[in-house]
Ligand binder design. Structure first.
Ligand code: MN3
Length: 213
Protein backbone atom coordinates (compact mmCIF):
# COMPACT_ATOMS: atom_id res chain seq x y z
CA UNK A 1 0.00 0.00 0.00
CA UNK A 2 1.28 3.49 -0.73
CA UNK A 3 1.92 5.81 2.20
CA UNK A 4 -1.25 7.08 3.87
CA UNK A 5 -2.05 10.12 5.97
CA UNK A 6 -3.35 8.98 9.35
CA UNK A 7 -5.91 11.05 11.22
CA UNK A 8 -4.68 12.95 14.26
CA UNK A 9 -5.14 11.02 17.52
CA UNK A 10 -7.10 14.06 18.91
CA UNK A 11 -9.22 16.93 17.52
CA UNK A 12 -7.42 19.87 15.85
CA UNK A 13 -8.21 22.16 18.79
CA UNK A 14 -7.14 19.67 21.49
CA UNK A 15 -3.70 21.21 22.01
CA UNK A 16 -5.00 24.77 22.52
CA UNK A 17 -3.82 27.22 23.71
CA UNK A 18 -0.27 25.87 23.30
CA UNK A 19 -0.62 24.78 19.69
CA UNK A 20 -3.57 26.43 17.97
CA UNK A 21 -6.27 24.72 15.97
CA UNK A 22 -5.64 26.54 12.70
CA UNK A 23 -1.94 25.63 12.78
CA UNK A 24 -2.87 21.98 13.39
CA UNK A 25 -5.36 21.98 10.51
CA UNK A 26 -2.92 23.44 8.01
CA UNK A 27 0.06 21.51 9.33
CA UNK A 28 -1.68 18.13 9.14
CA UNK A 29 -4.14 18.71 6.31
CA UNK A 30 -1.84 20.65 3.95
CA UNK A 31 1.84 20.24 4.86
CA UNK A 32 1.80 16.62 6.01
CA UNK A 33 -0.72 15.65 3.34
CA UNK A 34 1.56 17.12 0.65
CA UNK A 35 4.53 15.02 1.83
CA UNK A 36 2.40 11.89 1.51
CA UNK A 37 1.09 12.82 -1.95
CA UNK A 38 4.52 13.78 -3.25
CA UNK A 39 6.26 10.69 -1.86
CA UNK A 40 3.62 8.45 -3.47
CA UNK A 41 3.85 10.31 -6.76
CA UNK A 42 7.63 9.94 -6.76
CA UNK A 43 7.53 6.18 -6.09
CA UNK A 44 4.52 5.25 -8.23
CA UNK A 45 5.37 2.39 -10.59
CA UNK A 46 8.74 1.67 -8.94
CA UNK A 47 9.87 -1.27 -6.80
CA UNK A 48 9.54 1.05 -3.79
CA UNK A 49 5.84 1.89 -4.25
CA UNK A 50 4.81 -0.46 -1.42
CA UNK A 51 7.68 0.33 0.94
CA UNK A 52 6.94 1.62 4.43
CA UNK A 53 8.07 5.09 5.48
CA UNK A 54 10.62 3.48 7.81
CA UNK A 55 12.03 1.36 4.97
CA UNK A 56 12.32 4.46 2.82
CA UNK A 57 14.15 6.60 5.38
CA UNK A 58 16.47 3.85 6.60
CA UNK A 59 17.36 2.66 3.07
CA UNK A 60 17.67 6.02 1.37
CA UNK A 61 21.05 5.13 -0.15
CA UNK A 62 19.38 2.25 -2.07
CA UNK A 63 16.74 4.49 -3.68
CA UNK A 64 17.48 5.36 -7.33
CA UNK A 65 19.46 8.56 -7.41
CA UNK A 66 16.93 10.49 -9.51
CA UNK A 67 14.26 9.87 -6.84
CA UNK A 68 16.42 10.02 -3.71
CA UNK A 69 16.12 13.74 -3.05
CA UNK A 70 12.33 13.72 -3.32
CA UNK A 71 12.09 10.62 -1.11
CA UNK A 72 14.42 12.14 1.45
CA UNK A 73 12.21 15.23 1.72
CA UNK A 74 8.76 13.71 1.35
CA UNK A 75 9.03 10.26 2.94
CA UNK A 76 11.17 11.97 5.60
CA UNK A 77 8.43 14.55 6.08
CA UNK A 78 5.79 11.85 6.35
CA UNK A 79 7.79 9.80 8.86
CA UNK A 80 8.63 12.84 10.99
CA UNK A 81 5.09 14.19 11.15
CA UNK A 82 3.51 10.78 11.77
CA UNK A 83 5.64 10.54 14.89
CA UNK A 84 5.18 14.19 15.86
CA UNK A 85 1.37 13.93 16.17
CA UNK A 86 1.73 10.89 18.44
CA UNK A 87 4.20 12.70 20.65
CA UNK A 88 1.63 15.28 21.67
CA UNK A 89 -1.53 15.06 23.78
CA UNK A 90 -3.86 17.62 25.35
CA UNK A 91 -2.29 19.42 28.32
CA UNK A 92 -3.20 17.67 31.55
CA UNK A 93 -4.74 14.74 29.61
CA UNK A 94 -1.60 12.87 28.75
CA UNK A 95 0.33 15.99 27.71
CA UNK A 96 2.88 17.87 29.78
CA UNK A 97 4.33 17.16 33.20
CA UNK A 98 7.51 15.15 33.52
CA UNK A 99 8.72 11.75 32.38
CA UNK A 100 8.48 8.85 34.81
CA UNK A 101 10.15 5.50 35.40
CA UNK A 102 12.99 4.24 33.20
CA UNK A 103 12.64 7.24 30.85
CA UNK A 104 13.09 9.68 33.75
CA UNK A 105 16.14 7.70 34.92
CA UNK A 106 17.66 7.63 31.43
CA UNK A 107 17.18 11.40 30.99
CA UNK A 108 18.72 12.10 34.39
CA UNK A 109 21.68 9.88 33.67
CA UNK A 110 22.31 11.43 30.23
CA UNK A 111 21.65 15.10 31.01
CA UNK A 112 21.97 15.52 34.79
CA UNK A 113 18.35 16.54 35.29
CA UNK A 114 15.05 16.90 33.44
CA UNK A 115 14.30 20.55 34.10
CA UNK A 116 17.16 21.84 36.24
CA UNK A 117 19.72 24.44 35.08
CA UNK A 118 21.71 22.98 32.19
CA UNK A 119 19.49 19.90 32.17
CA UNK A 120 17.54 18.13 29.44
CA UNK A 121 14.84 20.73 28.73
CA UNK A 122 17.36 23.53 28.53
CA UNK A 123 19.65 21.57 26.20
CA UNK A 124 16.76 20.49 23.97
CA UNK A 125 15.41 24.06 23.75
CA UNK A 126 18.90 25.39 22.92
CA UNK A 127 19.18 22.87 20.10
CA UNK A 128 15.75 24.01 18.83
CA UNK A 129 16.85 27.64 18.76
CA UNK A 130 20.25 26.82 17.24
CA UNK A 131 18.71 25.03 14.25
CA UNK A 132 19.03 27.66 11.51
CA UNK A 133 16.04 27.73 9.17
CA UNK A 134 13.80 24.67 8.94
CA UNK A 135 14.33 21.37 10.68
CA UNK A 136 13.81 19.18 13.70
CA UNK A 137 15.28 18.60 17.13
CA UNK A 138 15.46 15.04 18.38
CA UNK A 139 15.98 12.99 21.47
CA UNK A 140 17.40 9.72 20.18
CA UNK A 141 18.36 6.43 21.70
CA UNK A 142 21.75 5.73 20.16
CA UNK A 143 23.60 2.58 21.21
CA UNK A 144 21.70 2.51 24.54
CA UNK A 145 22.46 6.17 25.25
CA UNK A 146 20.14 9.17 25.03
CA UNK A 147 21.39 12.05 22.90
CA UNK A 148 19.98 15.33 21.61
CA UNK A 149 20.63 16.21 17.99
CA UNK A 150 19.01 18.20 15.21
CA UNK A 151 18.48 17.75 11.50
CA UNK A 152 17.77 20.20 8.66
CA UNK A 153 14.63 20.11 6.50
CA UNK A 154 12.87 16.71 6.77
CA UNK A 155 15.97 14.68 7.51
CA UNK A 156 15.65 12.05 10.22
CA UNK A 157 18.19 10.32 12.48
CA UNK A 158 17.23 6.95 10.92
CA UNK A 159 18.85 8.20 7.69
CA UNK A 160 22.16 7.97 9.55
CA UNK A 161 24.90 10.39 10.46
CA UNK A 162 26.41 10.61 6.97
CA UNK A 163 23.14 11.97 5.57
CA UNK A 164 21.32 13.57 8.49
CA UNK A 165 24.24 14.50 10.75
CA UNK A 166 22.48 12.60 13.50
CA UNK A 167 21.84 8.91 14.23
CA UNK A 168 19.80 6.65 16.48
CA UNK A 169 16.15 5.85 17.10
CA UNK A 170 14.03 8.99 17.60
CA UNK A 171 11.98 8.88 20.81
CA UNK A 172 11.06 12.59 20.84
CA UNK A 173 11.05 15.10 18.00
CA UNK A 174 10.11 18.74 17.70
CA UNK A 175 9.23 20.38 14.41
CA UNK A 176 10.85 23.81 14.28
CA UNK A 177 9.78 24.73 10.75
CA UNK A 178 8.03 28.10 10.80
CA UNK A 179 4.83 26.40 9.56
CA UNK A 180 4.67 24.65 12.95
CA UNK A 181 4.36 27.88 14.92
CA UNK A 182 4.25 31.05 12.83
CA UNK A 183 0.47 31.72 12.93
CA UNK A 184 0.47 31.90 16.71
CA UNK A 185 4.04 32.73 17.68
CA UNK A 186 5.32 34.53 14.54
CA UNK A 187 9.11 34.72 14.85
CA UNK A 188 9.14 33.69 18.53
CA UNK A 189 10.39 30.13 18.24
CA UNK A 190 11.50 30.16 21.90
CA UNK A 191 7.90 30.85 23.03
CA UNK A 192 6.65 27.97 20.88
CA UNK A 193 9.18 25.60 22.43
CA UNK A 194 8.26 26.73 25.96
CA UNK A 195 4.55 26.20 25.24
CA UNK A 196 5.17 22.85 23.53
CA UNK A 197 6.40 21.24 26.76
CA UNK A 198 2.78 21.48 27.97
CA UNK A 199 1.61 19.04 25.33
CA UNK A 200 4.46 16.51 25.20
CA UNK A 201 3.12 12.99 25.66
CA UNK A 202 5.80 11.50 27.92
CA UNK A 203 3.96 8.19 28.05
CA UNK A 204 4.50 7.82 24.30
CA UNK A 205 8.16 8.83 24.65
CA UNK A 206 8.60 6.17 27.37
CA UNK A 207 7.03 3.55 25.08
CA UNK A 208 9.36 4.51 22.21
CA UNK A 209 12.38 4.22 24.51
CA UNK A 210 11.25 0.77 25.62
CA UNK A 211 10.82 -0.33 21.98
CA UNK A 212 14.19 1.14 21.00
CA UNK A 213 16.01 -1.27 23.33
MN1 MN3 B 1 5.97 20.34 9.89
Amino acid sequence: MPLTLQNLPYPFEALEPHVDSQTMQIHHGKHHAAYVTNANKTLEGTAWAQASATDLVTRLADIPEDKRGAVRNNAGGHWNHSLFWELMAPAGKGGGGAPKGPLADAIKSAFGSFDGAGGFKEKFASAALARFGSGWVWLVSNKEKLEICSTPNQDNPLMGRAIAGCEGTPILGLDVWEHAYYLKYQNRRADYVTAWWNVVNWGKVAELLKNAK
